[in-house]
Design a protein around this ligand. Structure first.
Ligand code: NAD
Length: 259
């Protein structure tokens, strides 16, 4: 399928996990992709200290820009650079995010502000910078990476869940605000996806293999979600073929929410 041909897509947190899978899939489907990440790593094909660089994948091409979504100046510079290099922005995938473990007693105010700064205000900053460009697109779409925790009460996730609850509300509000401008806004709600982040969490356990098996056993489908499955859902919502879909959230959670 070549449904993103002629379109420019920006993926934040695109150097790892769900973001990297999304960047690769959008490029495969014809988009010119810009990856924005605070640590470019392999996305740049060069060292992560490079401030901006371009790189070519096997199936398409992408442009990688180092920026931190908590830093408004670096976000604005990255978006301006992408517009300059790729000529506009049609699709924005607000995917950069960090986790937090614990109850309301376990994280102090500074930690609450730090995680909200990335997961919520990061989306606000990148969207604000990208909106003038999206308004010029005939196929403008924003997809936010939310989480199943936005609507499911899971233990030890108070702070993280609160940020994702905010992402869900923000998605609905943004969809309402920008519908008449022709900008669609949706989000995906992944369950536990097999990304480097989850690998890091499992490695905190004394027996990561056993912890992984227990985690898989708790999923209705008996396995974790793959980052590619989340990428496919993001691409479906961002595609011009979904031109009437806005203000929705799509669960990609192996059945956790529905079963
Ligand atoms: P990941 O750690 O593999 O990738 C996250 C990427 O975001 C990294 O490349 C990181 O460098 C980047 N990033 C983090 N903070 C940033 C910042 N301040 N500025 C710019 N880039 C930044 O994680 P992942 O599992 O692929 O998660 C991606 C998104 O999916 C997150 O929003 C996360 O909340 C969400 N999510 C993940 C899961 C899961 O189980 N993995 C489940 C639900 C939702």
């Amino acid at each position: 399928m070549n449904d993103f041909a002629g379109l420019v897509a920006v993926v934040t947190g695109g150097a790892s996990g769900i973001g990297a899978a999304t960047a690769a899939l959008l490029a495969e489907r014809g988009a010119r992709v810009a990856v924005v990440d605070r640590e470019l790593g392999e996305a740049a094909g060069t060292s992560s200290s490079t401030s901006s660089t371009s790189s070519t994948s096997v199936s398409g091409s992408w442009f990688a820009v180092q920026a931190d979504v908590t830093d408004d100046e670096s976000v604005r510079a990255a978006i301006a650079r992408i517009d300059e290099e790729l000529g506009g922005i049609d699709v924005l995938v607000n995917n950069a995010g960090i986790g937090a473990i614990g109850t309301v007693e376990d994280n102090d105010d500074a930690e609450w502000l730090r995680v909200f700064d990335v997961n919520v205000f990061g989306i606000v900053r990148v969207t604000r910078a990208a909106l003038p460009h999206l308004r010029r697109s005939a196929h403008a779409a924003i997809v936010n990476t939310c989480s199943i925790v936005a609507t499911a009460g899971l233990p030890q996730r108070a702070l993280y869940s609160a940020t994702k609850g905010a992402v869900l509300s923000l998605t609905l509000a943004m969809a309402a605000d920008h519908a008449r401008e022709g900008i669609r806004v949706n989000c995906v709600n992944p369950g536990t996806a097999d990304t480097p982040w989850v690998g890091r969490l499992l490695n905190l356990s004394p027996d990561p293999a056993r912890e992984r098996a227990a985690l898989e056993a708790r999923q209705p489908l008996g396995r974790l979600v793959s980052p590619h499955e989340v990428a496919y859902a993001i691409a479906s919502l961002a595609s011009p073929l979904s031109g009437a879909t806005t203000g929705t959230s799509l669960a990609v959670d192996g059945g956790v929410a529905g079963l």
